[in-house]
Design a protein around this ligand. Structure first.
Ligand SMILES: C[S@@+](CC[C@H](N)C(=O)[O-])C[C@H]1O[C@@H](n2cnc3c(N)ncnc32)[C@H](O)[C@@H]1O
Length: 215
């Protein structure tokens, strides 16, 4: 099987070469706008799959949430922790090298290897450019895996994009119908906002997902 940790993994190459155009220099505006409208408990731990070095994690931590980010590229983890003066501690878990800075834990490894027993106490999740970073078949695995990790009642935001070059990515264009087909079985799915296409024809959608099932 393809080893996601492989040095030749395309994402590892991107990070090594600094081709990280997806990174934003501030927390995502939709996180700031919509997070407070979710029913997430104040100190709930937030899972950030495929987290990169996103400042969304700093925003969530400042809002009082412990954060568990999962990221394949050690470069992303190093660059993230270097943004702050705060001390860092490191330890190993099966499949992951964990770096902790304050209330933020970055688990370096393959998201698909994150086991439900390692992901206990997750109270929310935030996906910006995670699902849409993945090709179609892997998106199904992602939706299923996320559903396995979070207990019923847990809420999260998912920020995706659509564009005209269907089939090309990342970022892949993932339309509303596909989001619903991927998640509806296990989540209540609501579109909160759709921004019109920008100059490159890329439109952004903000989704609220609530894990179904008895609490
Ligand atoms: C499009 S970027 C988005 C990063 C971040 N969410 C942001 O908004 O800046 C996708 C990230 O997922 C990471 N990644 C890809 N596949 C992964 C996997 N299977 N497990 C963990 N991280 C992965 C990549 O290295 C990359 O940093």
């Amino acid at each position: 099987m393809h080893d996601e940790h492989d040095h030749d993994n395309p994402w590892r190459q991107r990070w090594r070469e600094g081709r990280i155009g997806f990174h934003q220099d501030a927390a995502h505006p939709a996180l700031v706008r919509y997070w407070p409208t979710l029913g997430v408990a104040p100190r709930a731990k937030v899972l950030v799959p495929l987290c990169g070095k996103s400042l969304d994690m700093r925003w969530l931590a400042r809002a009082g949430h412990p954060v568990l980010g999962v990221e394949l590229a050690p470069e992303a983890v190093e660059q993230f922790t270097a943004q702050s003066q705060e001390g860092v501690s490191r330890y190993r878990l099966p499949g992951f090298e964990v770096t902790r800075q304050g209330t933020i834990e970055l688990w370096c490894g393959d998201f698909f290897h994150l086991h439900i027993h390692q992901a206990f106490e997750l109270g929310a999740f935030f996906d910006r450019a995670a699902l849409i970073a993945l090709p179609p078949a892997t998106r199904q695995r992602y939706a299923f895996h996320l559903a396995q990790l979070v207990p019923p009642g847990v809420e999260g935001l998912l920020i995706g994009v659509t564009h005209e070059n269907d089939g090309e990515g990342p970022p892949y264009s993932v339309r509303g119908k596909e989001i619903e087909a991927l998640f509806e079985r296990n989540f209540a799915v609501t579109c909160l906002e759709e921004t019109g296409p920008d100059a490159r024809g890329v439109a952004e959608q903000v989704w609220r997902l609530t894990r179904r099932g008895p609490k």
